[in-house]
Design a protein around this ligand. Structure first.
Ligand code: ATP
Ligand code: MG
Length: 313
């Protein structure tokens, strides 16, 4: 397989904390790979190790087939990292700062574009043209985030690592980041961590789920989602839900769980089904005959729910 990033048996121990416990992570060249997991799972630690900012305690870490610990200069030009806490220089102007970031990581041997041209295009793509002569320290949080994004892109790295790129952004800016990633995806490999799982589901083709320093799942998004299609959910709106119907529903052994919520038209029912059989017709019949059924639909499990199932164990 053609791998941009390859981690095998990687462990990271901070004093008193095992942040990563023997993890494997493979990111295919040209893929957009979502890296998700609860707070403290080890996402940022993994990303920093890949970018060569901190060493792994043990294990193999390769970027484009080269071991990170032995190829620091190569890795720094190959990888563009948007870290969780970007080191922005508040006293510098946006344009000057980005030029500085470009100069320290520029690899003339690999570059196929003029640096000034690339800088201009990144300023435009990140919507920073209007603020390029302003001091970073005076920018709003959202604009600082854009500058941090731009510094990861400005030296033309092949592999872009984005640690929660949309954190603190307004909805329009989040949409801009998504468009930017769609653009970048044509020419780059992207590893992206985010807690916005619906965004991850829209952008990524592969995902890895990490929890407490261990990889729980990794693979194509669709495979991971379909693994959980065994947990189907039906949603129904009834004008009323009497005791007899409720009892009958609870007695069905294929019904794994049920939420009963208030609804302006009566009652909203969320029914979780175990198994992959289709119970729509028998359920609608029952609900219609005993509860005045107003609406019924099947809902596929979203990444959000699959994630909760997996992380809960
Ligand atoms: N420099 C450090 N020293 C000691 N422990 C650390 C350090 N950095 C991270 N940790 C610990 O390592 C674990 C993993 O942290 P990490 O920041 O990688 O998680 P994360 O998945 O990025 O979480 P979040 O979603 O909150 O950003 C946590 O238990 C954290 O407290
Ligand atoms: Mg983090």
């Amino acid at each position: 397989m053609n791998l941009a990033i390859n981690l095998l048996g990687v462990t990271k121990v901070y004093p008193g904390v095992t942040a990563l416990d023997n993890i494997d992570l493979q990111v295919r060249k040209g893929s957009v790979h979502g890296f998700i997991g609860p707070n403290g799972a080890g996402k940022s630690t993994t990303m920093k190790i890949i970018a060569g900012l901190i060493p792994a305690t043990s294990g193999l870490v390769e970027v484009d087939g080269k071991e990170v610990s032995k190829n620091a200069a190569f890795v720094s030009t190959k990888i563009g990292l948007l870290p969780e806490q970007p080191p922005l220089y508040n006293g510098m102007k946006v344009g000057d700062y980005l030029k500085f970031c470009q100069e320290i990581n520029w690899n003339p041997a690999e570059a196929q574009i003029d640096p000034a041209e690339l800088l201009e295009s990144i300023l435009t793509r990140c919507k920073l043209q209007d603020v390029k002569n302003r001091l970073i320290g005076n920018l709003s949080k959202g604009f600082k985030q854009r500058v941090a994004m731009a510094q990861a892109l400005v030296y033309g790295a092949d592999i872009i690592i984005l640690d929660e790129p949309t954190v603190g952004l307004d909805p329009n800016a989040i949409a801009d980041v998504r468009l930017l990633i769609e653009e970048l995806k044509k020419e780059h490999t992207i590893l992206l961590s985010s807690h916005q799982l619906h965004e991850v589901a829209k952008i990524c083709d592969e995902i890895t789920i990490i929890d407490q320093g261990k990889i729980l799942r990794t693979g194509p998004l669709l495979t991971i989602q379909s693994e959980f299609s065994a947990f189907k959910t039906y949603e129904a709106i009834l004008s009323n839900l009497g005791g007899e119907l409720k009892k009958e529903l609870f007695a069905k052994d294929y019904i794994q769980g049920m939420d009963i919520l208030e609804h302006p038209d009566g009652v909203f029912l969320r029914i979780r089904i175990q198994g992959d059989q289709d119970y729509r017709s028998s359920l609608t019949e029952l609900l219609a005959s005993k509860g005045n059924l107003l609406e019924f639909k099947e809902r596929k499990m979203e990444l959000e729910e699959a994630f909760r199932e997996i992380v809960r164990g």
